[in-house]
Design a protein around this ligand. Sequence first.
Ligand code: ZN
Length: 342
Amino acid sequence: MSSRRKFIQQGSIALIGSFLTPRIGRGNSNKDMIMTVNGPLSPSELKFTLTHEHVLVDFIGAEKLSKDRYNAEEVFNVALPVLQDLKKLGCSTFVDCTPAFLGRDILLLQRLSIASGLHIITNTGYYGAVGEKYLPKHVYSETAEQISERWIKEWKFGIDGTGVKPGFIKTGVDKAPLTATQQKIINAAALTHLATGLTIAIHTGNGDAAVKHLEILKAKGVSPSARIWVHAQNETDTTYHIKAAKSGSWVSFDGVNTSSVKANINYLKTMKNAGLLGSVLVSHDSGWYHVGEPKGGKYNNYNCIFEEFIPAMKQNGFTRKEIDTIFIKNPAKAMTVKVKRG
Ligand SMILES: [Zn+2]
């Protein structure tokens, strides 16, 4: 594609976002709202939602990352049929969890949302897990306040000049103990939440790390209900899941695939027995176009929850209402943009 045509196409897509900006500003601030790459929705419009998936990831590292490393047109053509299949299976909303410096591409997501008919939600925030390989250099010289200002700016004015706003905060830490920098980005997430109402999804190495970042959020006056404990399945001691859910936090079992159906059904049974299904999220953490591999390498689909997991839930005595709680009611509540103090 010529650079001029690319500019025009991207410009016109960006305009969709900028048209939506005033609507957000003038809207009734008491009304619950969810932010997608194509503007705000009411929570009831979300419907069946996968809360943790990816379209594109580039593992090259923050310092070498560049949009020149892939052809967005090729990614679009690879991802679209997979997303169309997902839509056909009954999915309505797709939460893309790829953060900045790992390949977040706003215009790609916007195009894919329009073409597939799926609502897509993107994020602000930085990912501090995997030894901090995906953190930009400025994280080390800036304070939590300065980092949060960057994220708040994305909420206020849009990402990368597009007018497209993040729908949540995505960050990440390894196993406990958290490094000073990982603690700093959790503090930045807390400040961003208080200024924006965006929910904080934290990739988490183990249960002790989940306990620690919840302490950081609470110290800043953020309610546990503003946090999604991402990859709760990394912690096999279910007492951590129960304790987190009882505090009001979201507990996300987001590694569902053919080989993990049984283990995740067991996590759900434990939560159900404790009366805590209202705090549970379930997703695949699947996809994606792998930047740097020919044609994006192996792109895993998002079908397992529909084709295997929900049938397994039914076989294990979960009711339609409980399934809807996990895939419709909980995601709408979790992704609602609202300041939650506590
Ligand atoms: Zn992920």
